[in-house]
Write a protein that binds this ligand. Structure first.
Ligand code: ADP
Length: 375
């Protein structure tokens, strides 16, 4: 039986488990807490910064992969030197961990992106604002997620705290032109070590307060899905990505796609694929990291909508109220991550498939509303 190890016990590791069971793969999870969303898999508890514990965890694995992108590449390089099949490898993963490294590499590849610059001082930032302002975006190159580490800025003093503590971010910040986008999209794909590549349809992602709220598959026809797939193919091949790759992009007013960021693991924009695609992103990720042939990715319905369930308070875990929502919305599929409720936390998601995109979106949002309001 092939064995895949996953670092991190969040919802992504959790959702890999049913796919692993179906494929006859043993999934071992290295988690920081015993009560993790992925606790149904074989779980070891430890700190991913503790190299000796990591090394022990890797004994007997056919591949090591990730639920999150926080493991420093220096540790992964040491594992690779010991012969561990780290997938994606450290040299690819750095582009998902460090936005500046990503911008530099994708610029070399000639891929479309917002104007950007690395800034190390207030003077650098002043000059970027005068070139691309009045409003620009400043990001910390490492450690940001769900909009933490991203600020809209008009003057240097709005990031004076970051500039004062710049050493913490590797001595540099990333400045970007503020794109006036008409939509955000994500292109999900997967590649295995043999070089096989497959992509899902381009999806539209709708964020609220910088957190993904709704995903619509496929994205509206007027968005350039052919270019999106080509971008994913180039990134995946050039960076030797193994496993699922999500390329998040802006659709600019003139229709051009501009790359925002990369994720090299199953991604929130691909949860629709559990019910919506012949091969889900979780199954495909396992196939990829084990160098198995990849599955077909075509959609099982004309449209799919995924709606995130984000915590509304510290008591509503949603799952207690699933039965009443299920009664009212039998066409909706329910997923829980078994997390303790907290405001804004990703607690689960809903998926609806159907012929009519706006109708299934209405159903998904109405089912969410029932859960959000439940006491
Ligand atoms: P995170 O890593 O926290 O997800 P992102 O880089 O994806 O951060 O940024 C979060 C959100 O901020 C994006 O989804 C987008 O809405 C907005 N954003 C990021 N960069 C830009 C940009 N250059 N122009 C306009 N909006 C941006």
């Amino acid at each position: 039986m092939p064995v895949v190890g996953v670092i991190g016990g969040g919802q992504l590791a959790r959702m890999m488990h049913p796919a692993a069971i179906a494929l006859g793969v043993e999934l071992r999870v290295f988690s920081e807490e015993s009560d993790s969303p992925a606790k149904s898999a074989t779980t070891e508890i430890g700190d991913y910064l503790d190299f000796d514990r990591l090394k022990d965890f890797c004994q007997g694995l056919d591949a090591l992969t990730f639920d999150h992108e926080h493991v420093p590449t220096a540790l992964l390089e040491r594992l690779e030197e010991l012969g561990v099949k780290v997938r994606p490898g450290s040299r690819a993963l750095i582009h998902a961990q460090n936005k500046l490294v990503m911008r530099e590499r994708l610029t070399e590849l000639g891929l479309p992106m917002p104007h950007w610059a690395s800034v190390t001082s207030a003077a650098d930032l002043e000059s970027f604002i005068s070139d691309f302002g009045p409003e620009i975006i400043v990001k910390t190159p490492i450690g940001g997620y769900d909009g933490k580490g991203v600020r809209v800025v008009e003057s240097v003093d709005q990031v004076s705290d970051w500039l004062e503590n710049i050493a913490q971010f590797g001595g540099v910040l990333l400045a970007e032109e503020k794109v006036e986008f008409i939509a955000e999209v994500a292109q999900l794909s997967a590649r295995n070590p043999s070089g096989e590549f497959r992509a899902w349809p381009l999806v539209q992602t709708i964020q609220e307060h910088s957190v993904c709220s709704v995903v619509i598959c496929p994205a509206p026809k007027e968005f350039d899905s052919i270019q999106a797939e080509e971008i994913a193919r180039i990134v995946s091949q050039s960076l030797s990505v193994i496993g699922v790759l999500a390329v998040e992009m802006f659709v600019a007013k003139d229709g051009r796609l501009l790359i925002n960021e990369l994720a090299m693991r199953p991604h929130n924009s691909g949860h629709f694929s559990i019910e919506g695609s012949l091969t889900s992103q979780f199954e495909q990720h396992l196939r990829s990291v084990l160098d198995l042939p990849l599955g077909e990715t075509h959609s099982l319905a004309p449209h799919a909508v995924m709606v995130n369930l984000l915590g509304v308070n510290q008591t509503n875990n949603f799952v207690d109220h699933y039965p009443s929502a299920m009664k009212e919305f039998p066409e909706v599929k329910f997923h829980s991550y078994q997390k303790t409720p907290r405001l804004g936390r990703k607690m689960g998601h809903l998926t609806v498939l159907g012929e009519n995109a706006s109708e299934i979106q209405r159903l998904g949002l109405a089912a969410r509303e029932v859960l959000y309001r439940a006491e």
